[in-house]
Write a protein that binds this ligand. Sequence first.
Ligand code: AMP
Length: 282
Amino acid sequence: MILLKNSIELQKWITKQQIKGAKIGFVPTMGALHNGHISLIINSKSQNLLTICSIFVNPTQFNDPSDFEKYPQTIETDILSLEKAGTDLLFLPNLDQIYPTGTAHQPVYALGNLENLLEGRYRPGHFQGVCQVVSRLLDIVQPNKLFLGQKDFQQCMVIQKLLELKQSLTELVICPTLREASGLAMSSRNMRLSVEGRQKAALIYQVLSNIQSKLVSSSPIEQLIQEGKSILLNAGFEKIDYLELVSVQSLEHNPNWEPSIPSVLIIAVYLEGIRLIDNLPL
Ligand code: AMP
C-alpha cells in the first residue's frame, strides 16, 4: 500500500493512473477503523481497479470540541487493516493539506432542510463541515465512485446533494451497515464504551427492530416510538436526541407508517456520555 501525506503528490499519482485508464474508488474515513470501514474498501475493490482510502479527523464537522479531542486515533492498526484489505493507497493529510487557506472562510453549501433536520438540529454546522472536507477530498481524488456507509444515513443524503451542487461525475455507492453479532452498528465511537456499555448499546438496534416488527400499515407510530424511548431510558441511556420514523426522500417526520412510502427509523442517543446513531430502512 502506498502512503501519501501530500495532496499534490497524490494528484500526480492519480493523474498517472487515470491516463492508464484506471477506475478509482474512494473511501473517506476519520480512522479508528473497524470492519464497517473495511467493508467499504472491499466493496470499492470489487468495483474499481484502484481503491484509495483517506484518514483525516476533520475539525470543522465537530460542533463539540471535546468530541473532536477525544476522537479515537489508532493509526498503526488502521494501516495494517487497510494493507490486509488490499487498499492501494492511503491518503493521510494534515490540516494544511486539506485547508491550505485555513478553516475560517469556507464555502457555505445550499443543503436546504437536509441540514436542519435530525442530526442538523442537534449538531449545528456539522453537515457544512462534512461538505467542506468531502468537497476538498473529491477535488483532490476525483474518484469514479465514492463509497459511504448507510450507518450515517443523513450524511449519505447530504453528500448526494453535494455531488449535485458540484455537478460532479462521481457516483455515490451507499453500502449496508455492518453490525456486531449483538446487532450494535459498528462505530469508532464504540471503542469509548465500557464492556457493559457495549452490551447495553445493542438495545438500540433491538428497539429499532422491535418497532419495525410491530408496524401495521397506516397506524400511528407515536406509541411505538414512546415505548422504544422508555426502554432505552429505563436501561440507563442518558438522553435521546431523536427516535423518529422519517421519509427517505425528505427526512421529514412521518406520523404514520405507509408501506408505499420508503421510510427509515432513525435514532441518536447518549450512553456513557457517548453519542451513538443508527437507522433501519423499512
Ligand atoms: P467515519 O470514519 O466514522 O467518518 O466513517 C467513514 C465511513 O465509514 C462513512 O461512510 C461511514 O458511514 C462508514 N461506516 C461507519 N460505520 C459503518 C458501519 N458500521 N457499516 C458500514 N459503514 C460504516
